[in-house]
Design a binder for this molecule. Structure first.
Ligand SMILES: [Mg+2]
Ligand SMILES: [Zn+2]
Length: 180
C-alpha cells in the first residue's frame, strides 16, 4: 500500500504570475516576486505542486490552446532555471456561454479530482491557493484546505468575504509557504 501524497493546488494568474487579464502572449508572463522561493519551500515541506487554472480565453477565442502551451512552456523554463519543477498543470479551456457546461471549470472540483486520481492525493491534507473567492469555492467543494492570497485580484476579493470564507489569508504565496 502506498501512502497518499499531499499537494498544493495553485491557481496560476495572480498567484504564480502577475494578473494581466486573459494572458495571451508568452512575453507578458511575469512571475510575482517571491514565487520561486515559495515553490521551493512548499516542495521542501513535502507537497506536490499542481497548477489548476481556468483558461476561458480559449473558449472566447482570445488565444489558442497552442499559445497556452507556449505560455506554460515559458513558465516551466523560468522555473527550471531555478530548479523548481511543477508536478502537473491542469487547465479548463471552456466557458459555458461558448462551449457549454463542463465539469472542470472552477469552482467545480473537476481538475482537482482528476489530479487526485492520477497522483493518489489526500485532499484533506492538501491546499487550494487562489486570488479569488472562486478558487476558495473550488477548494471547499473538493474538501481541501483553502488559502486566499492578496496578490492579483486578492485585495479586492478580500473585501467580498461573507459566506465563503477561506481557511487562511496571506499577503502572497511566499507568506503562505513560510507559515505552512
Ligand atoms: Mg487568479
Ligand atoms: Zn472545463
Amino acid at each position: 500500500m502506498t501512502s497518499k501524497k499531499k499537494a498544493i493546488f495553485l491557481d496560476r494568474d495572480g498567484v504564480i504570475n502577475k494578473e494581466v487579464g486573459y494572458l495571451s502572449n508568452p512575453d507578458d508572463f511575469e512571475l510575482i516576486d517571491g514565487t520561486i522561493e515559495a515553490l521551493k519551500l512548499l516542495r521542501k515541506k513535502g507537497y506536490l505542486l499542481i497548477v489548476i487554472t481556468n483558461q476561458a480565453g480559449i473558449a472566447r477565442g482570445y488565444y489558442t490552446e497552442d499559445t497556452l502551451k507556449k505560455i506554460h512552456n515559458k513558465m516551466k523554463v523560468i522555473l527550471k532555471k531555478k530548479d523548481v519543477f511543477l508536478d502537473d498543470i491542469y487547465f479548463c479551456p471552456h466557458h459555458p456561454d461558448f462551449t457549454g457546461l463542463c465539469n472542470c471549470r472552477k469552482p467545480q472540483p473537476g481538475m482537482i479530482i482528476k489530479a487526485q486520481n492520477k497522483h493518489n492525493l489526500d485532499l484533506s491534507n492538501s491546499f487550494m491557493v487562489g486570488d479569488t473567492l472562486n478558487d476558495v469555492k473550488t477548494g471547499l467543494s473538493a474538501k481541501c484546505k483553502t488559502v486566499l492570497v492578496l496578490t492579483g485580484y486578492g485585495s479586492e476579493e478580500h473585501k467580498k468575504i461573507y459566506s465563503i470564507k477561506p481557511d487562511f489569508i496571506y499577503e502572497n504565496l511566499l507568506e503562505f509557504a513560510k507559515n505552512l
